[in-house]
Design a protein around this ligand. Sequence first.
Ligand code: ADP
Length: 359
Amino acid sequence: MIKEQYFTKIVNSLSTGVALQDRNLQVLYCNEKAYTTIGLTESQLLGKTPYDPDWQCIHEDGSPFLGEDRPSVRALKEGVPIRDVIMGVMKPDKTFTWVSVNSEPIYETNTAMPDYVVTSFVDITPLKNKERALKESNEELERFAYVASHDLQEPLRKINTFLSLFISKNEKNIDEKGMTFLSKVTDSTHRMNNLINDLLEFSRSNNIKGKLEDVDCNAKINYIRDSYNLSPNDRKVIIHSEDLPMVKGYKTQLLALFQNMINNGIKYNQSEVAEIRIKCQKREKDYLFSIQDNGIGMEEEDFQKIFLPFHRLHGRSEYAGSGIGLATCKKIVEKHNGEIWLTSKVGEGTTFFFTLPVD
Ligand code: ADP
């Protein structure tokens, strides 16, 4: 049997805080790491319960973590281990320590209710601080991308207007070479316009606001199919789709998601008839959508890269585009708490998969 003095040394050497509470949730024992993490002395922590008014905790979104929701209280009430709960614990200096908490019930007697609860917690404050700094810098970058692309529209509009005016007024006096130069300038301004619009669309997908709505995926696909059928197109396109579900999401974003994937399946495609097959399978926690094409496919080493902004596998002379579409799709899916990935073989086509949560 291990001697008690060794046991105390072992527990005090842990980098994890440990506390034992009785049935009344009073702290009976805690190791050194427990009280140093929370910023209290041992005597201040002993005897406390989660209902103590000056033991304030918060959730990650900043809302109060009420006594009855705390892991030790739930472990005692529910009689099962409660794991990986993130809590912000207010220290006496009013700053918060972030901890990841596990609470386990202990049954000493043969009763339905546990006799004790042992709680262990790891200080994750440095990790949380880095996460916050990263979030802030991402938000700043997103704001920058939005403002930059938004403000670039105005001078570009002016360039386009004056360029068309200049051409229409001087058409007769400009020689063939001059016209070729001017048409190259016009092409470049159109391309820049498309880039700016795509960049704006990408920034907007970072910043989706508003409420989740019921979105009828069949209606979105029908809309895209109709717009293909109506627009003059030199190639034959068939969009097959199964009966798709109603999902909770952001309408405009989900339409953009389907549109980007279908457009790509048609664009990166040299088959005589471009065929797109859209399916959906309901799983336990999510819907798994697949969008398959009979296009040119790609190498496995490119599967991750294509989701990066501006990353393209082909030159503009082969296929037009700005390389923002899939980065936008990834953002949209992630904003819906889903995942996106693909399988593909060169010459055999590509299937994109993404998940959306079941309501
Ligand atoms: P864009 O189409 O404007 O280039 P995307 O972000 O939509 O931008 O796509 C990035 C790159 O991924 C494309 O340039 C293309 O090389 C490749 N790609 C996307 N979809 C497909 C597809 N269905 N089949 C083959 N290649 C694809």
